[in-house]
Design a protein around this ligand. Structure first.
Ligand code: SAM
Length: 320
């Protein structure tokens, strides 16, 4: 039997996040620098992106060594990836049953039935505002109604949908209560994310930082809530309101969760990363089993011991 790859904190890799492509049909203010008219600011490419077959081979190679529990498909915008349903069913055929997706939801309405048929287990939809002007301020696009239609379509099909909202002070913190109301009416889980110092925000995220404490005190004015116990390796802290609704906060900065992080990232070019704080890609395209172990140990060593330190790499490339 092969020895498990783990570090001094007993951390292993059990969740794989795959960034399928590094292009997006939104230009959110935290991912992309610059004004909305410049496509160059949010589209980028380097080398040859992997086909679904090539990705599947790499995921199988990782699963064989790590016995993965979950694969989350992300990007860029994963719904722009042409063979997404085939990829979902392919990953399940490898033996990983829990295949999840993180998307901006813009193209979800049409593709939701195929994703359901392929066996997707849940979908996180990023939605930073419920008012059209604020949605535009955050995403630099006017597509709120398409995103909402996507959420409703997946929800109607019985797919578990969770909402993720990054909160930025002075930009969309006014949306916390309206977003909660939207999610609670539909009995959907919602999570608020503290802004992370990534990409062009590296070194300047403080200006818009809205902490877990500030989010909680805003929520407390309308929905007094009690904390729920944190599950191991979870990125979120959760609370339950008196009415039984649940919301979470991903407090990267205020309450870091590096100590039991079990996530490994694979990008669209066949590189792995052990941590969002690292922008040192480790290619596993040509690795034999021995070299794969070395690469995985190298990726594990990228994990931070205490907290996320930020990186100049935008989430667009490494996958959120
Ligand atoms: N396009 C998809 C989407 O919008 O969900 C998937 C990729 S996106 C990079 C994944 C998640 O990362 C989104 O929920 C987004 O809000 C979040 N994100 C991106 N940059 C971030 C940052 N600097 N701080 C916190 N969250 C960020």
């Amino acid at each position: 039997m092969m020895t498990e790859i783990k570090d001094n904190f007993d951390r292993t890799f059990k969740t794989l996040r795959v960034s399928l492509l590094n292009t997006c049909n939104l230009a959110c203010v935290y991912c992309c620098f610059g004004n909305e008219d410049s496509k160059e600011n949010y589209r980028s490419s380097k080398g040859q992106m992997l086909t679904a077959d090539e990705l599947l081979k790499l995921i199988a190679k990782l699963h064989e060594r790590l016995d993965l529990d979950v694969v989350r498909l992300t990007g860029g915008e994963p719904l722009l990836y042409k063979q997404l349903p085939e990829l979902v069913s392919g990953i399940r055929a490898i033996g990983i049953n829990d295949v999840k997706l993180t998307t901006n939801g813009l193209l979800l309405e049409n593709i939701a039935p195929a994703l359901k048929a392929a066996g997707i287990s849940s979908i996180n939809v990023s939605l930073d505002a419920i008012e059209p002007e604020v949605y535009h301020l955050m995403s630099r696009r006017h597509d709120l109604s398409r995103t909402l239609k996507g959420i409703e379509a997946a929800h109607r099909l019985g797919i578990e949908v969770k909402i993720n909202s990054v909160v930025m002070k002075g930009l969309n913190d006014s949306q916390i209560l309206p977003l909660l109301a939207y999610a609670f009416q539909r009995k959907m889980k919602i999570r608020f994310l503290e802004i992370m110092a990534m990409g062009h925000l590296h070194g300047s995220a403080d200006k818009h930082f809205f902490s877990q404490e500030e989010i909680l005190s805003r929520i407390d004015t309308h929905y007094p809530a009690s904390p729920l116990p944190r599950k191991s390796s979870s990125t979120s802290n959760y609370w339950q309101t008196a009415d039984g609704n649940v919301f979470g906060i991903v407090a990267n900065e205020s309450e870091p969760f590096c100590s039991d992080c079990n996530r490994l990232r694979l990008d669209a070019y066949g590189n792995i990363y052990g941590c969002l704080s690292s922008n040192s890609p480790i290619s596993i395209l040509e690795t034999d089993p021995q070299r794969l172990d070395d690469s995985l140990r190298e990726a594990l060593a990228q994990k931070q011991s205490i907290k996320f330190t930020g990186s100049t790499l935008s989430m667009l490339h490494i996958g959120g």
